[in-house]
Design a protein around this ligand. Structure first.
Ligand SMILES: [Zn+2]
Length: 59
């Protein structure tokens, strides 16, 4: 699984292959995420997991 990044809306998402367009905004400005962006994505996932655990947001 690769982590992709949309330059247009800064959406970071996992994908097996680099899509032609962003699944969020539809812009054709998607590239593979850099090391820093992948790190950001992982941190974001951890925050989400923690919030689900604490009941802040529904799982
Ligand atoms: Zn986008």
């Amino acid at each position: 699984m690769n982590i992709c990044f949309c330059v247009e809306c800064r959406f970071i998402f996992p994908s097996a292959h680099l899509p032609g367009a962003c699944p969020d905004c539809g812009a054709k400005k998607v590239r593979y995420a850099s090391y820093k962006e992948r790190h950001e994505y992982k941190q974001f996932q951890e925050i989400i997991r923690e919030e689900i655990r604490l009941g802040v947001i529904p799982g």
